[in-house]
Design a binder for this molecule. Sequence first.
Ligand code: LLP
Length: 433
Amino acid sequence: MHHFAYIDQNLHCESVDLAAVASLYGTPTYVYSAATIESNYRRLLAGFPGLDVQICYAMKANSNLAILRHLHNLGAGYDLVSGGEIRRVVAAGGDLQRSVFAGVGKSEDEIRLALENGVFAFHVESEPELVRINHVAGTLGRVAPVAIRINPDVDARTHAKITTGKSGNKFGISLAQASLVHEAVAKLKHVALKGVQMHIGSQLTATGPFVEAVQKVLPFVSELKRSHDIGYFSIGGGMGIVYQDALASGRAEWWERRDQAQRPITPESYGAALTPLLEPLGLKILLEHGRFMVGNAGILLTQVEYLKRASGKNFLVVDAGMNDLIRPAMYEGYHEIVPLHRDTSRRAMVADVVGPICESSDCFAHDYQLQEVGEGETLALMSAGAYGYSMASRYNSRLLPAEVLVKGSSFELISARETFEQLIANERIPAFL
Ligand code: LLP
C-alpha cells in the first residue's frame, strides 16, 4: 500500500497534486511520501507481534537526512556501511546506539568513528576484519561489540547482482568457518560477541529463501546463545516490493483481488513465516530492510523533452537519465511509468522511454505502452524511492536531481537540485597547464 493515486485524473502524493511540485521545483525531481514510509515501518513491526524487534533501516536505500530523521522519529536505528553513513546519522539526529555497521571493507578510520559514536555492533565479515576491529578498539581502550555475519549459502532467487548469501559471494562467513571465528573472538581482548547476522539478498519476492536461510543459521545462533549469552539475531533485509503493478498496488482492492498464494511478499506473510522460527530463541531480532521501507514511498518526476518517431519505433525522450535512476540500466529494473495527468480520451502509444545520456543503456523501458503524451508533459517513474537518488551520479555532467518530501498537504524541498558551481567546486586546473 502507498499514497500515490489519481484524484480527478491528476496524480497526487497524499494530498499534494504532483503537478504543483513539478512546476515549483522542476524536473527531474524525486518525491517521497512520509505517510507511506510510516505505514511501511509500522506494518513491518506489526508483522512480528510478541517479539523484541528493532528495525535498523538499511540507509543505503535512501540516505537523505529528512528520511533518516523521519525513521528515527518512528523508532528506527540504521544498518550503515560507511563513515559517510555514520556521519549522516549524526547529522540527522539519528541514533547510533541502535545502529549496526556492516560491509566487507571497513577502514580503520571508519571503525574508529563507529566506536567513538557508540555503534550498537559491528557486523563482522571476515577474520582479518575482526583483528582490525580489536586493534582499533584497543587503541581507544574500548571493547567493540561484534556480531558474526553468516553466509548461509542459500539461493535468494533474485537478480545475480543483488544476491549476497551464496557461497561464491564476497559477503559473510560460512557456517563451516564461523566456529573458528567465534573462537578467535574469545581470544581477543577488545571485542565482545553480541550476536549473529545474515542477509541473503535484495528484492526477494517469496518467503521461502528467508525461511531456508534462518533455518540453516538457527542451530549456530542457539549454540552461541548457550555458550556466549549473545543478545540478538539480525536476519538482514531484502523484502521485495511490487514494481510491475506499482500504482495499482497502492490500493487495498488490488491486494484483495489476489488470493493468498498469489500475493507478492508482504510484511504480514514475511512475519508470519519467520516468527515461529525466531520466537523460541528468546533473542532480540534485528530487521535491516531498506527497499521495503522507502521503495514504494518514492517516485521520480520527469518531463518529456521530445517524442522522436524513428522508423518503426517511437522514442519518448525524457529529462531524467540513467544518472538519476540507474536501476533499469544496472539490474534490468522495471519502473512503471505513468502520466501526471491522466486523459482517458487519448489514444495509447508504444515507445521506448529513454533519457538524454549518450548510452543505449539509458533506457527506462522498452516498447512501453502508455497514453499518448508529448513535449512538456510530466511523467512519474514509480517505486523509485529506494536505490534511486542514493545511486545517482553526475555522469554527462548532469546535476543531481532535487528531492521533495510530502506529508499530508505539505511538501518541502529536502535536497535542492545541484548547481553547476557545486558540480565543479572540487576541480582545479593545475598551474603547469
Ligand atoms: N542489510 C545488508 C547487509 C545489505 O547489504 C542490504 C542491501 C540490506 C540490508 C538492505 O536490503 P534491502 O532491504 O534494501 O533489499 N542497489 C540494488 C540493491 C542493493 C542492495 C544492497 N544491500 C537495487 O537497486 O536493486
